[in-house]
Design a protein around this ligand. Structure first.
Ligand code: PMP
Length: 426
C-alpha cells in the first residue's frame, strides 16, 4: 500500500514498526559503506598479472624499442596509444596517454584554459571576467568541486533518460559568452546511469555557442563498463563535431581506474589534432613524460582493445550481482510504497535514488547513525545543494555481497522511516 494512501493511524503504526526495526539494526554496531564508487578487492585481483608482466630490465621495451625506463614520450608510448585510441574512438594522433588519474587531467586542463586560453589565439578564461559552467544534475561531485575551487559559477541543467536538457543548453550557450563549458558523463553517467541519445550528441556537436572558446568536457569514465550483454551505444562526439565544423569543441577523457587499478591505472585524453598539439605545447613545460612502465604494463597485460573489452566481462561478473542485490532489495522493500524511484543502469558504478522531497539528508543521517555510510546528500549537485533534497547516490560495487545485503536492507528501513516521519509532520 502506498504510504500516501494510509490513514494517520496506519501511518503511525507503520512508523513504529519501522522504528523498531531500525533500532534493532542500530544495536548491531554495523560499519558498512556504500559511499564511493570503488572497485571491490576481487576486481583489483583480476589484474594481478600487471604486477609481474614487467619484472626485469629486458621487459621494459615496447615493440618499437622504446626504453620505458628513460625520459621522453610526452604523449605516451606508441603501443599504449594504439591500445587506448579505440576506447575514445580517436586516431592515435588525437590521443595523449597520461599518468593514473583522469580527474587530475580535467582539473589541469581547466587550469590551463584559465591561465593560457583554449588555444594560441584565445584570451585566457581568467581574463574574461566571471565565467560560468553548465552542470547536468545529478552529476559527479568531484567535477563540481573543480569548478567551485576555481570560482567558476555553476548552472544546474536537468537530465532525463536521454541526457541533459538540450533545449535549455542551446538557449544558454547561444546567449551568454561567459559560459565556457559543460561537464558531460555521456555513458552510464555518474550517478544516473544514463547514456546520451544520438540526438543529444548531435545537438551538442551542432549547437551555436556565443563563446568561441566553449569546450565540452566529455568524461567517458564508464565507456566500457557494461552490466548487461546488450550494452548501450554512444555516438562518437568528435566525429559529430568534425562533421558539424566544430572539431575543437570537445575534449574527451577516460581512464583504467575501474579497469585495472583505481590507484595505479592509466588516464587518457582525446581531442582534435589541433587541441592535442596545443595541450602538448603546454605540457612540455610541465613534465618530460608520464609513467611509461605502467603504460607498458597495461599494453602487455591487455594486448589490444579487444582484450581489454573481454577483460571487462570479468568485472561485470563480479559487480552485476551486487547491483542485483541492491535493486532487488529496493524493489521488494519500497516497490509498493510510492515514496521513491531509482535507476536500473545498464552499466557504470551507481544507482541514483530519488526519495520524497525533503528527506534525502534525513535518510543519509539515519543510515550513518546505524553504521552505513552513504555519499552525502546534496553531493550530486553543484555547491552540495540539492534544491529538492531528494537525490542519493548508491554505490554497490565495493562491499562484499553479504554486507551489501544488510546495507541495502537497512537503507530501505531508513527510507521508510524518513518518509513516514515526513508524512506525519505534514
Ligand atoms: N569521472 C567520473 C565520472 C568518475 O565517476 C570518476 C571516479 N569516480 C572519475 C572521473 C575519476 O577518474 P580517475 O580515477 O581516472 O581520476
Amino acid at each position: 500500500m502506498k504510504l500516501t494512501e494510509m490513514s494517520r493511524e496506519q501511518l503511525l503504526e507503520f512508523k513504529n514498526k519501522v522504528q523498531e526495526e531500525y533500532d534493532g539494526y542500530k544495536a548491531q554496531g554495523l560499519a558498512l559503506n556504500m559511499a564511493r564508487g570503488k572497485p571491490a578487492a576481487e576486481q583489483l585481483d583480476l589484474t594481478e598479472g600487471l604486477l609481474t608482466c614487467v619484472s626485469k630490465s629486458s621487459d621494459c621495451f615496447d615493440d618499437n624499442g622504446v626504453d620505458c625506463r628513460n625520459y621522453g614520450g610526452l604523449d605516451g608510448i606508441p603501443a599504449a596509444k594504439k591500445l587506448f585510441a579505440p576506447m575514445l574512438g580517436v586516431s592515435e594522433k588525437e590521443l595523449i596517454v597520461f599518468g593514473n588519474s583522469s580527474l587530475n587531467i580535467m582539473y589541469d586542463t581547466i587550469a590551463k584554459y584559465l591561465l593560457f586560453g583554449v588555444d594560441e589565439e584565445s584570451k585566457p578564461w581568467r581574463d574574461q571576467g566571471k565565467i560560468k559552467w553548465l552542470c547536468p544534475v545529478p552529476g559527479y561531485d568531484r567535477h563540481f568541486l573543480i569548478c567551485q575551487k576555481f570560482g567558476i559559477e555553476m548552472i544546474n541543467i536537468p537530465t532525463d533518460e536521454n541526457g541533459p536538457d538540450m533545449d535549455m543548453i542551446e538557449k544558454l550557450v547561444a546567449e551568454d559568452d561567459s559560459i565556457k563549458g559543460i561537464w558531460c558523463v555521456p555513458m552510464y553517467a555518474n550517478p544516473t546511469g544514463v547514456t546520451y541519445s544520438d540526438e543529444v550528441v548531435k545537438r551538442f556537436a551542432n549547437m551555436k555557442t556565443k563563446a568561441s572558446d566553449f569546450r565540452i568536457f566529455w568524461d567517458n569514465a564508464y565507456c566500457v563498463h557494461h552490466l548487461t550483454d546488450t550494452p548501450d551505444k554512444l555516438l562518437n562526439i568528435l566525429d559529430e563535431c568534425k562533421a558539424a565544423g566544430n572539431p575543437e569543441r570537445v575534449v574527451m577523457f577516460a581512464s583504467t581506474s575501474k579497469i585495472s587499478y583505481a590507484g595505479a591505472g592509466v588516464a587518457i585524453m582525446g581531442a582534435s589534432e589541433a587541441n592535442i598539439k596545443y595541450i602538448l605545447s603546454l605540457m612540455t613545460v610541465q613534465t618530460i613524460g608520464h609513467d611509461k612502465i605502467n603504460q607498458l604494463r597495461h599494453v602487455k597485460f591487455f594486448g589490444d582493445f579487444e582484450g581489454l573489452k573481454e577483460h571487462m566481462k570479468k568485472h561485470k561478473a563480479l559487480i552485476a550481482p551486487r547491483f542485483e542485490v541492491v535493486l532487488d532489495t529496493l524493489d521488494k522493500e519500497l516497490g509498493d510504497l510510492g515514496v521513491a524511484e531509482w535507476t536500473k543502469p545498464n552499466g557504470g558504478y551507481f544507482v541514483s535514488f530519488n526519495a520524497m522531497n525533503g528527506t534525502a539528508k534525513r535518510i543519509v543521517t539515519l543510515c550513518k547513525e546505524a553504521g552505513v555510510v552513504l555519499t552525502g546528500a546534496g553531493a550530486t549537485f553543484p555547491y552540495g545543494k540539492d534544491p529538492e533534497d531528494k537525490n542519493i547516490r548508491v554505490a554497490p560495487t565495493y562491499p562484499p555481497v553479504e554486507e551489501l545485503k544488510i546495507a541495502a536492507k537497512l537503507f530501505t528501513v531508513c527510507v521508510k522511516l524518513a518518509s513516514a516521519e515526513k508524512l506525519l509532520a505534514e
